[in-house]
Design a protein around this ligand. Structure first.
Ligand code: HEM
Length: 487
């Protein structure tokens, strides 16, 4: 009975609290700059995540505390090249991923993206990487497919009443058609013109499962016990149309030789049918939001009055060089690089564990299993010596010879090292092809009804999209001199 007396309970609680406090204050991380609250709890960080504001919160902490910030008792964020290289490139593919990536398992299976350690990742990458190599995505059948979809995108936008189109939806449709072309041709989608395909894509792009998935990650028991109640205000991820499309399409034969599906006819390792479908669905989701949102933010920026000169210069380059391949146009490249720098579709931290034995990063000793990360949004905006005026959209900076290697090295939109984006070359083809098709014939302006806030960055689990999920632009045809045709 004595054990349960209020005095004993209070004393025990005080002792536990004191131990917790001493541990926090004497932790090897205690010298790392950051807000006091981060020493004791991760609740503030989690709250920001739930509110879709994690990236902006961490960015503000870096602005206040510098390039190394303790963001939670066991978590540290960095912005320097040295830290980025250590975390993501050491030993080839950097440190192991954390269990955060369990949230992205598909059909209950791990994909290349969700493998946590180096060995599992390398095994899977040996099978898949071939079809995303530049030499494969640049094959004529692959590039022609992207070109056809880009032309359809332009037709859809410019034939809309008044030349006003919601490019958020149209760009996601384009990205879905391009990635499914690369996975399954001739069984890819046609979201740009077919309503039923667009509906399937919309389930993926408009996913609102951030809160539900975060709760399942941080409080799995609570999530299990109260999933029905939770369903009422925090929806789980549900993409039945895409799930079915991929499961069915993965069983078809006769896919073109540049596709990922055809790769499985050559090399499957120990992958079964569900593993292959899981990879395809993962790449499909990865390809829709990233390319779709990245292009959406970029076209929005180009359409602002402040970017008129940039749009004009881009149009001049494109119109003067109609026969030059899209990857040989310096200003187009600069616009894409600057778009990815200012609006990285995955702007947030990519969490990794400090390996066994601990490591020193940026002058701070970190014990093993500390969670460390860099976020592209801050890496791109806070390295002032490499990107002066980091908040300003200025493609010209990519044309300067001086500092070129530094800029390209620290460009983190596709991550870096062996776990960097496998779809990078495909994404760049999609972006450049579409920009070329739009700005060689049209100029764009924001529709009067659009508010700046609708284009604020809203964090989802692994990518960020415009808050309003809508982006209305007006497309103005250009005349032979590159001037807007009077309507
Ligand atoms: C502008 C477009 C894109 C951007 C900015 C982007 C960005 C990224 C980033 C930052 C990562 C690392 C994620 C992490 O470590 O957590 C990644 C990985 C990945 N991306 Fe992309 N991505 C884009 C387009 C695509 C496309 C079109 C595909 C289609 C296949 C794709 C497939 C993947 C896959 C499979 C991984 C995992 C790679 C691995 O773990 O080895 N991405 N991407």
């Amino acid at each position: 009975m004595l054990l349960l007396s209020p005095i004993t309970l209070v004393a025990a609680a005080t002792l536990l609290f004191a131990i917790h406090l001493i541990r926090r204050l004497t932790s090897p991380l205690s010298k790392i700059p950051g807000p006091a609250v981060s020493k004791f709890t991760s609740l503030v960080l989690k709250w920001k995540e739930i509110k879709a504001l994690r990236t902006v919160y961490i960015h503000q902490l870096h602005q206040q505390y510098g390039p190394v910030v303790r963001i939670a008792p066991n978590e540290v964020s960095f912005t320097s090249w040295e830290a980025l290289k250590e975390i993501y490139c050491s030993g080839g593919s950097g440190y192991d991923k954390t269990e955060f990536y369990d949230l992205f398992k598909i059909y209950g299976r791990r994909t290349m993206f969700t493998t946590l350690n180096k060995a599992d990742h390398a095994k899977r990458k040996r099978i898949l990487a071939d079809r995303y190599a530049n030499s494969n995505v640049m094959k004529s059948a692959s590039v022609t497919g992207v070109q056809e979809r880009s032309s359809k995108f332009v037709r859809r936008c410019t034939s809309a009443p008044g030349g006003v189109s919601d490019i958020f939806m149209a760009l996601h449709a384009y990205a879905c058609d391009c990635i499914t072309h690369h996975l399954f041709h001739p069984y890819g989608t046609d979201c740009i013109t077919k309503k039923e395909d667009e509906e399937m894509m919309h389930q993926v792009a408009a996913d609102d499962s951030l809160q539900n998935r975060l709760i399942s990650h941080y409080a799995p028991t609570l999530h299990r016990l109260f999933s029905r109640v939770l369903y009422l205000f925090a929806k789980p991820r549900e993409t039945p149309l895409a799930d079915d499309y991929v499961l069915e399409t993965s069983q078809l034969s006769g896919t073109a030789s540049f596709t990922l599906m055809s790769r499985f006819d050559e090399k499957t390792g120990d992958l079964d049918y569900i593993d292959k479908a899981a990879e395809c669905l993962d790449h499909m989701a990865a390809g829709i939001d990233t390319t779709g949102d990245g292009l959406c933010f970029l076209l929005w920026e180009l359409s602002q009055p402040r970017s008129l000169g940039i749009q004009r210069k881009l149009a001049e380059e494109l119109r003067a060089n109609p026969e030059t391949p899209f990857d040989k146009l310096p200003f187009l490249d600069a616009v894409v690089c600057e778009g990815l720098r200012c609006f990285p579709p995955i702007p947030m931290s990519l969490p990794r564990y400090v390996p066994q034995g601990g490591r020193s990063i940026d002058g701070f000793w970190l014990p093993e299993k500390t969670i460390v990360s860099c976020q592209a949004y801050s890496v791109h905006r806070l390295n002032n010596e490499i990107f002066p005026d980091g908040d300003v959209f200025n493609p010209e900076r990519w044309l300067e010879l001086e500092g070129d290697a530094d800029r390209r090295r620290i460009q983190f939109a596709f991550s870096n090292g062996g776990r960097g984006c496998v779809g990078k070359h495909l994404a760049l083809i999609e972006m450049k092809t579409l920009l070329r098709d739009v700005y060689s014939k049209y100029s764009t302006t924001p529709h009067e009804s659009m508010q700046e806030e609708a284009m604020a960055m809203s964090d989802q689990l692994i990518s960020a999209r415009p808050l309003g999920q809508k982006c209305l632009l007006r497309f103005h045809p250009l005349d032979v001199d590159g001037e807007k045709v009077k309507m």
